[in-house]
Design a protein around this ligand. Structure first.
Ligand code: KIV
Ligand code: ZN
Length: 520
């Protein structure tokens, strides 16, 4: 049985996509979950691209012990030096170097000839190899490149010691049959390929990233680059869960497998969706809400008689909690549920907490159970998120009060705390209650971030469900965007969940801006 390596780039290619940004704690937690999932390589970021990326690669490199941690670099010594610094504490560091090889990229972006690209690729791998044994080289836009030129570059970098050569379809242009043929060609015409792993990295512009990756496996690829939920630039990258389950369900066809513990797939997917705020389409393969739902009577009848009539894999095989299958997500946990029952639920949700965090989450659960009759798995996931991945609260919500009605405007107060200072302001006029509240918060914090997205949903499908709000904000100064941040808020009161979400985005902003200031 061939073992295919899974190179996860959720934290680099995924996170760099618009609207997918994560704070440093969210990235560290994602990395820990990927490690538990069993990926072979975590691409933690692009260290030279920003101080935020540098710090998160550094932090991830220090905590991840059971898989390789990679940092992306252009073929430049400054990028390599910065990535080496960020990866200093990694147990198994990898430098991932990339340089474009297609005519259009070389001519218009790099303004370099083939000979210059070849020379720079060789020089950089040679330089990097002096400091790090595990070098991966990517020929950016490889699919639109001259195949013989790619073979020439791959042969040369392997000779310099690259242990992995990666063939990306950067713009998602390939068709599965020709992509597979190309991989076979590269494998047959690259000198020394037997000393290296051949990897592929497919984008999804034509919806074929997974099909192309699978076709590459059939034609000799050893490593697949992918992201959880397929997040990534434009239409995204190949989806990790689809590739992994494709190989597992059709092992008879591929005679290949991965090291992934598939029972973790559902919880990792949910987590990434929650931290990025990128919701999954209900019919998303493997992890979408409807992936195991049978609506048509004839299907239901068949499934009741024998699940395999319409199911090619079990929900349990990807770790969907039984409680969700049986009762649409509402676990029967309430205020009388004890520590043991709560621990069991966490286990079922694939959530491991240290003692301290467990106590905080359990206390949150007890408080919530006082307000709500039953606490569901989604409520528990939200409590865990609040206690594991949020950044320090520069601004704390102390009190809020709003009065509004069909005939009246909005009135009330908001009180926030920053260290020992408490600031209270009367809610100012705005276009409805939320606009008024967000404007009042801006007055208190002395900044005016722009609200780019506001989404309100319910955690479960009942009237006592908690409201879950997701916001994305951007801070612009003198026509320059200083950054974008996500915030999440959950509460039994939808106004409170909105305030919490807005404040959590503001706290992410204050934290990152504060970290940037420390560096100067
Ligand atoms: O899509 C691409 O070509 C990339 C490379 C940096 C590997 O993301
Ligand atoms: Zn990419």
């Amino acid at each position: 049985m061939r073992m295919i390596k899974i190179f996860d780039t959720t934290l680099r290619d995924g996170e760099q996509a618009p609207g997918c940004s994560m704070n440093i704690n969210e990235k560290i937690e994602t990395a820990k979950r990927l490690e538990k999932l069993g990926v072979d390589i975590i691409e933690a970021g692009f260290p030279v691209s920003s101080s935020g990326d540098f710090e998160s690669v550094k932090a991830i490199a220090s905590v991840i012990k059971n898989c390789v941690v990679a940092g992306l670099c252009r073929c430049l010594e400054k990028d390599i030096d910065t990535a080496l610094l960020a990866l200093k504490n990694a147990s198994s560091p990898r430098l991932h170097l990339f340089l474009a090889t297609s005519q259009i990229h070389m001519e218009y972006k790099l303004k370099m000839t083939e000979a210059q690209v070849l020379e720079q690729a060789i020089a950089c791998v040679r330089y990097a190899k002096k400091f790090c044994n595990d070098i991966e080289f990517s020929a950016e836009d490889a699919f639109r490149s001259d195949p013989d030129f790619v073979c020439k570059v791959f042969s040369a970098v392997i000779k310099e010691g690259a242990l992995t050569v990666n063939f990306p379809d950067t713009v998602g242009y390939a068709m599965p049959d020709e992509f597979g043929e190309r991989i076979r060609y590269i494998k047959q015409n690259t000198h020394g390929i037997e000393k290296a792993n051949l990897s592929v990295h497919c984008h999804n512009d034509l919806g074929l990233a997974v099909a192309n990756s699978i076709s590459a496996i059939l034609n000799g690829a050893d490593q697949i680059e992918c992201t959880v939920n397929g997040i990534g630039e434009r239409a995204g990258n190949a989806s990790l869960e689809e590739i992994v389950m494709g190989l597992k369900v059709r092992r008879d066809h591929f005679n290949a497998d991965t090291k992934i513990d598939t029972t973790q797939l559902y919880s990792v997917s949910r987590f990434v969706s929650q931290v990025t705020g990128v919701k999954l389409q209900p019919n998303k393969a493997i992890v979408g809400d409807n992936a195991f739902a049978h609506e048509a009577g004839i299907h239901q009848h068949g499934v009741l008689a024998n699940r395999q009539t319409y199911e090619i894999m079990t929900p349990q095989s990807i770790g969907i909690p039984m409680s969700r299958i049986d009762s649409s997500g509402s676990l029967v946990l309430g205020k009388h549920s004890g520590r043991h029952a709560f621990e069991e639920r966490l286990k079922e949700l694939n959530i491991t907490l240290d003692e301290n965090t467990f106590e905080k989450v359990f206390e949150g659960f007890k408080n919530l159970a006082d307000k709500k009759k039953t606490v569901g798995s989604r409520d528990i996931e939200a409590l865990v998120m609040d206690n594991t991945v949020s950044v320090p609260e520069t601004w704390k919500l102390e009190h809020w009060e709003i009065k509004t009605g069909s005939a009246a405007g909005v009135s009330g107060v908001i009180r926030l705390r920053r260290n020992d200072a408490v600031i209270e302001k009367a809610v100012c006029a705005g276009d409805g209650p939320l606009d008024s509240i967000f404007k009042t918060i801006n007055l208190i914090i002395g900044k005016e971030p722009e609200l780019e997205l506001y989404e309100l949903g319910a955690i479960t499908n009942s009237t006592d469900s908690q409201g879950e709000t997701m916001v994305k904000i951007a801070l612009n100064e003198k026509n320059e965007c200083l950054g974008r941040w996500n915030g999440r808020g959950v509460s039994t009161n939808v106004i409170e969940s909105s305030i919490k979400a807005y404040l959590s985005a503001i706290n992410a902003m204050e934290y990152e801006l504060g970290e940037r200031r420390k560096e100067f």
